[in-house]
Design a protein around this ligand. Structure first.
Ligand SMILES: Cc1cc2nc3c(=O)[nH]c(=O)nc-3n(C[C@H](O)[C@H](O)[C@H](O)COP(=O)(O)OP(=O)(O)OC[C@H]3O[C@@H](n4cnc5c(N)ncnc54)[C@H](O)[C@@H]3O)c2cc1C
Length: 229
């Protein structure tokens, strides 16, 4: 494995690079675009925010932002309808300060004062609208951090690493664990369980490899010479 500073060699390796939010596909230097409401939401108490993405994450995070005290939320969704669960949608829609716009995408974002000027584009009729919000929160999916591993280990169609029951990949000595792995549930607990299994399996693999290696032999080099090993 090569890093910026060193080249490491090992008998086994565990890939645990996690995943990251899909970024908003807009060229901007705006300082008010966020991907985590738990991390950044409290800065927007009493303010107006735009939430991008009408899936479960967008709705759940909007509920969380409202619980923090965000004053007003506009949700934009590119599809014809939002795909968040009906109950979550109903709960959020019951708040008076939430505006949900489907068939709408963000065309541009720019810094303005202490917030940002956003250009929204209606995907059905092409109409554009410019509005001021204090911040933008983006929840349009997650992406596995596997760019480095393409061609090294087998990945699924969504670029997650395919592993066996002991988190082994298709390459001997290479394991993968946590969010980067193809699986149904991605939580701290499932990541820790994966990482424990992968570490135990890797340790077992290393021990077996060492045991199978040719052990150094003791050689007598001459009648009066000590035995060397
Ligand atoms: C906003 C948010 C809130 C969450 N809240 C909860 C919660 O309340 N409860 C819960 O159980 N789970 C929660 N989760 C999920 C939980 O954080 C993850 O399931 C867990 O952290 C996955 O662990 P991991 O080790 O696989 O990946 P991560 O914790 O993402 O760690 C991966 C690490 O690898 C590093 N990395 C990436 N690429 C490289 C590279 N090329 N070289 C070297 N290092 C690299 C990354 O920088 C990162 O430090 C939350 C996730 C998010 C995003």
């Amino acid at each position: 494995m090569e890093t910026g500073e060193y080249l490491y060699t090992s008998k086994a390796i565990i890939l645990a690079t996690g995943r990251q939010p899909v970024r908003l596909q807009v060229e901007t230097d705006c300082d008010h675009i966020h991907y985590c409401s738990v991390c950044d939401g409290s800065a927007y108490v009493g303010k107006k925010v735009l939430v991008v993405g009408g899936g479960n994450s967008g709705f759940d995070e909007s509920l969380y932002l409202l619980s923090l005290g965000v004053a007003e939320i506009i949700i934009v969704e590119a599809l014809d309808s939002c795909c968040a669960s009906e109950t979550t949608q109903a709960k959020l829609r019951s708040y008076g300060n939430v505006d949900i716009r489907t068939r709408t995408c963000v065309g541009a974002v720019a810094n303005e004062g202490n917030g940002c000027q956003v250009m929204l584009e209606n995907l059905r009729c092409g109409a554009r609208e410019s509005l001021y919000v204090d911040g933008v929160f983006v929840f349009i999916g997650q992406k596995a951090n596997t760019d480095l591993f393409h061609g090294l280990v087998d990945l699924d169609a969504h670029h997650y690493v395919i592993t066996g029951p002991n988190r082994e990949t298709n390459v001997l000595g290479v394991y993968a664990a946590g969010d980067v792995v193809q699986k149904s549930y991605r939580y701290l607990t499932t990541a820790m369980a994966d990482e424990t299994i992968a570490a135990l399996a890797a340790e077992k693999y290393i021990r077996a490899t060492i045991e199978n290696e040719v052990q150094p032999t003791r050689v007598a080099t001459g009648p009066n010479e000590p035995i060397r090993s």
